[in-house]
Design a protein around this ligand. Sequence first.
Ligand code: ADP
Length: 300
Amino acid sequence: GEFRLIDFDRLSVLGRGNGGIVHKVSHRRTSALYALKIIHRGHPGADEEVDVVRRVDSPHIVRCHSVLPTASGDSALLLELMDGGSLDSLVRGGHGGFPEEALAEVAAQALSGLAYLRARRVVHRDIKPANLLVNSAGHVKIADFGIAEVVSRAGKYRAAYEGTAAYMSPERFDTERSLHGDGDEQDRVDPYAADVWGLGVTVLELLVGRYPLLPAGQKPSWAALMCAICFGELPTLLDSTASPELRGFVAACLQKDHRKRASVAELLVHPFVTGRDVAASRRALCQVIEQRSMPISTRV
Ligand code: ADP
């Protein structure tokens, strides 16, 4: 290929996750900047992640330029650098929630990414603020395909107990049903609905400025999360300050019954998305990114 690992200088650590470490790197000859994500061989899902990133290419997905072998037999993904970091980092640190205008733009762009994945039969399964990355141009892109999966033609779908329970949809707690997904048509779980749920929790979290499905201060144990997600009321956090469009959008995403949950196609034409002033929305999002992210390029 055109890239070799030895042609890059490691500049700093951008993040760490389950899969491995992510470095900011510079291509020595061109000085171009990238993110380099090491995926350890043998890590559960390592092969799937490499398969999926090779399969996707969209302006709404963090682009993978190359998959490079490392000396130790691991894989290194050479990724487009997202210089604004993750949406998670933009709400942490006491910054508080996003203005609604900016949120509508986040939702619109994330939905474009999910629509692309839907068309490629890819379920991400880990949609959350930490996996939506932004750049200073105001783009929001889906990242981290560590537990993503390509849905087979038969519609069968591996029951997945992985991922962060905090963003897991109610039906994913129900292993029995997921395991027998090839049973009755009525009982069949729509795998894509889990990503819509994740988007709903994400939008709500970005609105209120903290994880929204548990009371502030409650420990996010697996049991507490399962209770809140499967049986809890939609948080009253959606108080009167939120517009009816935003409330409607979140409610449509957070339908506990996956058969009643809105699809990506439906959400793309939801008034919260279509009713936004696109130019103002983009400006609002750029402003949030500018104010809250210390540009990676200026970090030591
Ligand atoms: P994991 O699968 O291990 O969770 P991620 O792909 O989510 O790894 O990356 C972990 C963190 O590294 C992200 O939350 C983000 O802060 C940072 N990161 C990952 N990819 C990029 C990128 N392309 N540009 C900038 N930062 C990134």
